[in-house]
Design a protein around this ligand. Structure first.
Ligand SMILES: Cc1cc2nc3c(=O)[nH]c(=O)nc-3n(C[C@H](O)[C@H](O)[C@H](O)COP(=O)(O)OP(=O)(O)OC[C@H]3O[C@@H](n4cnc5c(N)ncnc54)[C@H](O)[C@@H]3O)c2cc1C
Length: 428
């Protein structure tokens, strides 16, 4: 008898934890497991703002798959699916295509930056979802300040010293907080006449920053940012992005050569290949994460619409916290379909969220308890160290040795836009 073949598409938070569970429950002669992933690591996205801010090395937030998983890894992207024929097409990083057959399919390919229709955004803005984008941003921002010091043209100087971030959710707010601190350190350490005055603008269509944390904590974060001098413009949208600036919905022009899009994500377009109805772009799954109408297919994480059994009438949020735990549930469901054990419905009470604002500032709501300042920062960092499935001592050492020391203020010539930014094309 041939062994069943489980194909897992994507190895981020959900896929990684699904594969780990499958490997722990299935022996090598019981099933073959293949993981298709464009990356050789799990990217721990919550710490990306610290990479952009120069506090962590990009590699510190990547957990290598080799050595942690024993399944077959296929480097590439699944770009087409044939459900009745149980086949998946894979394109590797050099463009070669191959086909994989499967008996069970687990879709864990996450999300991409929301496709947007703002004129000029795709050409002139960068996204913030990858290590390449985080490293690029740090480099680019430092280089802009160095170029600003060399120009006598006040207009060009304003463009180079003004930085615009669109979207005041977790990614955008933390990014502004960390990069603002980096540019302030730069301005302190470089003599310039006139003095450098880096300016950060955070734009959001809603009336709050960090709406997921509630009015009080969002308000505290807003106060911290404004106290530091960040220009937070709420109830404002971006109408147009150009090479040298941004026009907002109120008609005002912000001179800037750096625009970052953190305006939300949409499920991976791979779900369209299923040919099933979608709900706000996500594929509906049952309580055990099986896709209705597609026998042998399971989905989880950012691309799946999963009923939140702790909040009737709602779906689970698109967070790492849910994706990780859904990984374990989906593995149990696959095992059950192979005649091994019984899967339980997915149910998880949110442990709470945290936003690190750098320095000793943070806001957090662990287990419903609102925290601010150092207590929130300790809670956030403690959670990250517990949640990341590797590199703990490396990250802790960086935090300890970096405390109180100025960041290294050099750029590494990474001044080309990242080629694989989801904003730059893969969202179609
Ligand atoms: C900057 C940033 C900060 C964040 N901060 C937080 C936070 O503080 N707390 C929190 O809970 N959440 C946070 N999130 C959200 C969190 O990262 C996601 O909710 C989580 O990653 C979803 O897990 P997932 O497994 O569904 O997808 P992912 O973890 O994104 O994994 C998907 C994987 O699939 C791969 N893939 C994509 N397309 C294909 C394909 N066609 N074929 C094969 N593989 C593919 C990707 O490369 C990736 O490795 C943040 C996100 C960002 C971008």
């Amino acid at each position: 008898m041939t062994r069943p073949h489980v194909l897992v598409v994507g190895c981020g938070f959900g896929g990684f934890h699904a594969v780990r569970r499958l490997e722990s429950r299935l022996s090598l002669d019981e099933a073959d497991i293949t993981v298709v992933t464009p990356r050789d690591h799990l990217l721990y996205t919550p710490l990306l703002p610290e990479v952009a801010g120069g506090l962590l090395d990009p590699r510190a937030v990547t957990v290598p798959l080799t050595g942690r998983l024993r399944s077959r890894l296929v480097l590439g992207n699944v770009d087409d699916l044939d459900l009745p024929g149980r086949r998946a097409w894979v394109t590797d990083p050099e463009g070669s295509r191959s086909v994989l057959a499967w008996d069970r399919l687990v879709l864990a390919a996450g999300s991409v930056s929301s496709p947007v229709t703002i004129p000029g955004l795709t050409e002139h803005a960068v996204g913030f979802k990858t290590t390449a984008e985080a490293a690029f941003l740090r480099d680019h921002v430092l280089q802009q300040l160095e170029l600003a010091m060399a120009t006598d043209d006040p207009q060009v100087r304003a463009e180079r010293t003004t930085f615009v971030v669109i979207g005041a959710g977790f990614a955008g707010t933390e990014l502004v907080a960390f990069l603002h601190r980096l540019t302030q350190a730069f301005a302190r350490h470089h003599r310039s006449d006139p003095p450098l005055r880096p300016r950060w603008v955070l734009v959001d269509a809603t009336s709050r920053v960090l709406p997921e944390l509630g009015r009080d904590l969002g308000g505290r974060a807003l106060a911290v940012l404004r106290r530091r001098g960040v220009d937070v413009r709420l109830r404002t949208t971006v109408a147009e992005v150009a090479q040298a600036g941004v026009r907002t919905s109120d008609g005002r022009w912000i001179p800037s050569r750096t625009v970052v899009w953190c305006g939300g994500v949409t499920p991976n377009p791979l779900v369209h290949r299923l040919g099933l109805p979608l709900e706000r772009g996500r594929v509906r799954v049952d309580e055990r994460l099986a896709v209705a109408g597609a026998p042998g297919v399971f989905a989880l994480g950012d691309l799946a619409a999963v009923a939140d059994l702790t909040r009737p009438g709602h779906d689970t949020a698109q967070t790492a916290q849910h994706a990780m735990r859904q990984g374990r549930t989906v593995a149990d469901a696959v095992l059950e379909s192979l005649g091994r054990g019984t899967a339980r419905p997915y149910r998880h009470h949110d442990l709470g969220l945290a936003a690190d604002l750098g320095g000793w500032q943070a806001v957090a709501r662990p287990l419903g308890l609102p925290l601010t300042g150092p207590a929130a920062r300790v809670a956030a960092r403690g959670y990250h160290l517990a949640a990341i499935p590797g590199n703990r001592s490396r990250i802790a050492a960086s935090w300890l040795t970096g405390a109180g020391r100025p960041p290294l203020l050099v750029h590494l010539d990474l001044n080309q836009r990242p080629h694989h930014s989801p904003l730059m094309g893969s969202a179609s």
